[in-house]
Design a protein around this ligand. Structure first.
Ligand code: ADP
Ligand code: ASP
Ligand code: MG
Length: 441
């Protein structure tokens, strides 16, 4: 019999009725034996995810803002209690909330606090399905540097072997210090992949609120084309660049075992969805571009110096400046006498940008150094591009016709993607123009 792991995201855990739909999906197929859940997400636009409320409550507790904390905790309690009411049976939510509050007030720390959304959600799903709850701390382990530890996979196999069926909370595990540690936001997708690898599933089903991975963000283009199949590599490029329907790191646990991922819609379970596989079987006739995605808020540090190309160690010195500050870069386009460093703004807060510029001047004495802030990166991705002449000509013509000013271009040597840097405010029109050129023409 085939074995499936189902991960239900926050959109599929948002209220009691949706949780009951998710449970029905699990019960409809006896291969669906392991379930991973997120904390309740938004029920409507403008609503607040439980995880965001938990981050807020934790910050208020740390700042000593007890009134603020009480207010926020009240909202968290109301979310979980209304879920219990909608499901219509006693699921022990009040006791879980009391325990959570005591731990938060006792200074349990941010990661512990924000992990409680999935902890309680998984207890609820376990009770609804009448399946054992297995805590993620039993097998998800992190290294000292915060990366996922390799021992996780053997431990997952060993622990989960004891349970023919289980419900596991997503988003967290146990840190090197023995305390609860979370993944980055959206990390429940990684937890699902870990469970899939641990039990050697035939399929990892990721249930969400859209009918698959679309060729671009449905919030930017109305009803974009759904991608039937995409490769692990294409998924990584697109999700890293903003197509956050699936976390970009979700493929690592399943890649070596070749377990396919299927994106499915909890609200339309009959839809085929998208399969994410090791090697895509897309043909050239399926289109040269698989998808397009964009991410805002980058800064470009542009350096110019005559004869830069022959100055041994120039790039190394520039990179050691950013390394010293623990900053990583996204791209490094270069010319004969120029180089640019594209850096996520997250790294450049609290005066770090100014420090980097001063230290680069000192280290390499450039003729010019400019800063371009508020840059968005837009990636056009597809294995088909490597076999197709004229793709970039079409792309740049489309951007010029749409009046989008391209500030930077970078094409990976694999020809899997073309990345352009544009002003933040042009990000959506850039994505629309590329989508229109490759999918609507
Ligand atoms: P979940 O709560 O199930 O984890 P997420 O909000 O994390 O759901 O991911 C689903 C959302 O991702 C969709 O509602 C959609 O708005 C957004 N999204 C962004 N880019 C894409 C894309 N290329 N294809 C599908 N959805 C996308
Ligand atoms: N609940 C977490 C978040 O909102 C993790 C997840 O949903 O995957 O980021
Ligand atoms: Mg998600």
């Amino acid at each position: 019999m085939s074995l499936k792991v189902c991960k239900f995201g926050g959109t599929s855990m948002a209220d009691g009725n949706i949780i009951l739909c998710a449970a029905k999906i699990v019960e409809a197929d006896e291969a669906r034996r392991y379930v991973v859940v997120s904390a309740p997400g938004k029920r409507f636009s403008g609503d607040i995810k439980v995880t965001d409320l938990l981050y807020q409550a934790s910050a208020q507790q740390e700042a000593g803002d007890i009134h603020g904390f009480e207010d926020t905790f009240e909202k968290i309690s109301a979310r979980f209690l209304s879920i219990e009411r909608e499901i219509g049976k006693n699921l022990g939510v009040q006791a879980a909330l009391d325990e959570m509050k005591a731990a938060m007030l006792g200074g349990a720390g941010q990661d512990y606090c924000v992990s409680r959304g999935e902890f309680v959600a998984a207890h609820i799903m376990a009770a609804v399905l009448d399946v054992p709850f297995v805590d993620a701390t039993e097998f998800v382990r992190f290294n000292e540097d915060g990366t996922l530890s390799e021992e996780t996979f053997d431990l997952a196999a060993k622990v989960l072997k004891k349970y023919p069926r289980a419900v596991v909370p997503g988003f967290y595990g146990l840190g090197f210090d023995g305390k609860v540690k979370t993944f980055s936001r959206g990390g429940g997708d990684i937890s699902g992949a870990i469970v899939a690898r641990g039990v050697m599933a035939d399929l990892y089903e990721n249930w969400t609120d859209v009918s698959g991975f679309y060729a671009c963000d449905p919030r930017i283009v109305n009803s974009p084309k759904c991608i039937g199949e995409l490769s692990y590599q294409e998924l990584r490029e697109l999700s890293y660049m903003g197509a956050n329907v699936l976390h970009s790191e979700s493929i690592f646990p399943v890649r070596s075992a070749g377990i396919p991922i299927r994106i499915c819609n909890t609200f339309r379970p009959q839809d085929e969805g998208t399969y994410i596989v090791a090697t895509s079987s897309r043909e050239v006739g399926d289109g040269v571009v698989t998808g397009v995605a964009g991410k805002k808020d980058f800064t470009v540090i542009f350096l110019e110096k005559s004869m830069m190309n022959s100055e041994i160690g120039f790039v190394g010195k520039v990179l050691s400046v950013i390394e010293k500050h623990g900053v990583s870069f996204e791209h490094l386009p270069s010319g004969i006498d120029t180089m640019s460093l594209v850096i996520d703004n997250e790294y450049l807060k609290n005066g770090i940008l100014e420090k980097l510029v001063a230290e680069m001047k000192e280290a390499v004495n450039p003729d010019k150094i400019y800063i371009h802030e508020d840059i968005a990166l837009v990636a056009t991705v597809g294995h088909g591009m490597a076999r197709n002449i004229g793709t970039s000509a079409r792309l740049f013509k489309a951007l010029s016709e749409a009046g989008v000013n391209v500030r930077m271009i970078d094409q990976g040597s694999s020809e899997l993607n073309i990345i352009v840097g544009v002003e933040n405010e042009d990000c959506a029109s850039c994505i629309r123009a590329i989508y229109h050129e490759f999918f609507e023409n």
